[in-house]
Ligand binder design. Structure first.
Ligand SMILES: N[C@@H](CCC(=O)N[C@@H](CS)C(=O)NCC(=O)O)C(=O)O
Length: 421
């Protein structure tokens, strides 16, 4: 008889036991009609897990909560399997990596992701701390995986199952390609693992998230959306949940965006500079660019209502392939779409051979870089930002040269110049 696992069908903590079951051949089935935020509040569920969290495994000897404990139980049900390694030291190392996956990887992904989704208070310094801690852990993991295919030994262990499920939350919800590309061995490991048949049967097709989710100020009940993560292994799939509001955080839950409050930049005192007029002048000036457009820019520029910023890509060493570098900059400009009403930018890809340098100039409404841009456009933190001091003629001239796509720029050829307007 199958063991019953209480969880929704896209709960990453439940995936651990389901994947372990694929390796050991133990039968584990998801309970039917599980509804996150409803089922786990019932008195019957609270008898299985007094804290009401998900998942819980029902066994002939009583319930087990905590997903790692459940996965260990499922892994141990079959004797002589290699999920715990094959020696005392391997057993210890499996436990070491399970703890590391939970306390250093999962905890920091959660601290980054959940406040953004409205589960918890969003505080930028706390997010910064979580991202730094996550990067520290991923750096260590990356180093280990540079010379190891698996976390322990030469085949999949429970440590790989727990690690991959935890990374799955990160890769699918908050860790974009530009974030993970700093950790190439972790990327290789993750994609190798999720494509192992015993993993893909449970996880289905895995797609990396394309942008960091925007900050939602408060959690509110929202109608559930169709899951974007279809899974094979139909026998293990719970029935579709009925369309009722949910009230509790779960990996499977997507929020409908709240109606946005007025952008604080619209509340700034009016400026004599009209951004659209500048954008029109820029676009319509075909000749005498310096005399017409650049002069016009400085005539209209209002340092009270706007600010100018130089940006410098922090990881130029990685810009070894021209089209990849151009795509990276193109992606950044696409993601800046949210700031079109409040910004103008020039991005230069500099150099005639790799590694290319990426530098830019941005004009933003207000005296600082708008907070919503910092919060919602992940690329911002890939650049060093320096406010232009317009009392410094050299800096002003640099601004003019960047707007003009002056070549050579700082002694180098331009591979490309892209404009955000
Ligand atoms: N340490 C627990 C975490 C369980 C957990 O936080 N589950 C989430 C869903 S993935 C949950 O039940 N959230 C509802 C709540 O916090 O009340 C485990 O690994 O099982």
């Amino acid at each position: 008889m199958a063991l019953i696992l209480h969880a929704g069908s896209t709960n990453k903590n439940a995936f651990k036991a389901l994947i372990a079951a694929e390796y050991t051949g133990v039968k584990v089935e998801l309970v039917q009609n599980f509804e996150m935020g409803v089922t786990n509040k019932t008195p019957e569920y609270l008898k299985l897990n007094p804290i009401g969290k998900v998942p819980v495994l029902e066994t002939p000897d009583g319930p087990i909560f905590e997903s790692n404990a459940i996965a260990r139980y499922v892994a141990r049900l079959k004797e002589d399997n290699s999920l715990f390694g094959s020696s005392l030291i391997e057993y210890a190392l499996v436990e070491q990596w399970i703890d590391f996956a939970s306390l250093e990887i999962d905890a920091n992904i959660s601290r980054w992701l959940y406040p953004r989704l409205g589960f918890g208070v969003f505080l930028p310094p706390a997010e910064e701390f979580a991202i730094a801690a996550l990067k520290r852990a991923l750096t260590a993991l990356n180093t280990h995986l540079a010379t190891n295919t698996y976390l322990v030994g030469h085949s999949v262990t429970l440590a790989d199952i727990v690690m991959t499920c935890n990374l799955h939350l990160g890769f699918t919800r908050v860790m974009t390609k530009s974030f993970t590309s700093e950790f190439p061995h972790v990327e290789r490991y993750f994609w190798t693992m999720v494509n192992q048949p015993n993993f893909s049967k449970i996880l289905g097709e895995v797609k990396q998230v394309e942008s960091v989710p925007p900050v939602q100020s408060a959690k509110k009940p929202a109608p559930p959306k169709e899951s974007a993560k279809p899974k094979e292994g139909a026998k293990k799939e719970a029935k579709k949940e009925p369309a009722k509001p949910k009230v509790v955080a779960d990996d499977e839950e997507e929020e409908a965006p709240k109606p946005k409050p007025k952008n604080p930049l619209d509340l700034l005192p009016p400026s004599k500079m009209i951004l659209d007029e500048w954008k029109r002048l820029y676009s319509n000036t075909k000749t005498n660019f310096r005399e017409v457009a650049i002069k016009g820019f400085w005539d209209m520029y209002d340092p009270e209502g706007y600010s100018l910023w130089f940006c410098d890509y922090k990881y130029n060493d990685e810009n070894t392939v021209s089209f990849v570098t151009l795509n990276k900059v193109g992606g950044f400009l696409q993601r800046m779409d949210l700031a079109r009403k409040y910004a103008f930018g020039k991005m230069l890809v500099i150099g005639s051979e790799a590694p290319y340098k990426v530098k830019g100039l941005w004009l933003f409404r207000g005296k600082e870089i708008p907070q919503f841009v910092m919060d919602e456009c992940y690329d911002m933190e890939l650049y060093e930002w320096t406010k232009v001091d317009i009392s410094d003629e050299a800096q002003k001239e640099r601004v003019s040269a960047m707007i003009e796509d002056q070549e050579p720029f700082e002694g180098e050829a331009l591979l490309d110049a892209k404009c955000f307007k």
